[in-house]
Design a protein around this ligand. Sequence first.
Ligand SMILES: C[S@@+](CC[C@H](N)C(=O)[O-])C[C@H]1O[C@@H](n2cnc3c(N)ncnc32)[C@H](O)[C@@H]1O
Length: 274
Amino acid sequence: MNSPPFDFDYIRELVRQQSAVVLGAEKKYLADLHLGSVAERSGFSSIAAFVEELKHTPFGTLHVQAVEALLTNETSFFRDLYPFEALRTDVLLHMIQQRQQERSLTIWCAGCSYGQEPYSIAILIQEYFPELADWSLQLIASDVSGRVLARLKQGSYTQLEVNRGLSFTLRDKYFRKQQDLWQISDTIRQMLTVRQLNLIHEWKALPMIDIIFLRNVLIYFDIETKISILQKIRQQLRPDGYLFLGGGETVFDIDSQFESVRINQSICHRLRSP
Ligand SMILES: C[S@@+](CC[C@H](N)C(=O)[O-])C[C@H]1O[C@@H](n2cnc3c(N)ncnc32)[C@H](O)[C@@H]1O
């Protein structure tokens, strides 16, 4: 595809408006890398021609495809391991004790990308918490991108993807090889409730949550967006619940109503008592 210059500022603004993700000037290479194939698939001769079309037509499918192509979807099974260890050794045990009467537990993975994160939690529950089998367990997986959620729903992963973070034992127990892909078992797949949800819009009909995974998402937003999302998280998290952020993310200096708690090698965040 030819590459005459294109209006990167327009693209940055489109992505910011639709997702709150801030693409710095140094991220132009992402547009060079990812918009070409979207443009080509839609029959444009260059990224510039594609961007001009976007600029001069009302918001629609092409705009959505452009935005989705520029979101970072990097993820892996049991990413960073320690948060999942904390979940296994402390957090779930504590929550099970706390919810003994109601026998119900709700976990939310927000910005879950292709699903490796919520599926890791589902596998961990299946492996280590058989006592939850007759509880009402809701494991909500959400992302702004319909494209990543479509793959999550399929639940099939490449060899490279299963190699990242899954032991052979877990792979062979919960996946089955189908030609070149590894298909996750229906039991695990059916544990997820999948929702397309944009964190900067209203969070409609979301239940109160016991454990929130919001990992490696806030890092792409500006400070005002981080503040406003953490404020919404406070309304959505039950008072004794837990929030997990990514390794490079913090509530420190952003929201003083959360306190950070170390659990072995992991840090999670809890609401301060009123
Ligand atoms: C880097 S991935 C993180 C995946 C997973 N949480 C992890 O830590 O492995 C970030 C995800 O956030 C999603 N995202 C970006 N902006 C969003 C928004 N405004 N609302 C919901 N999800 C968003 C992206 O589509 C992407 O899948």
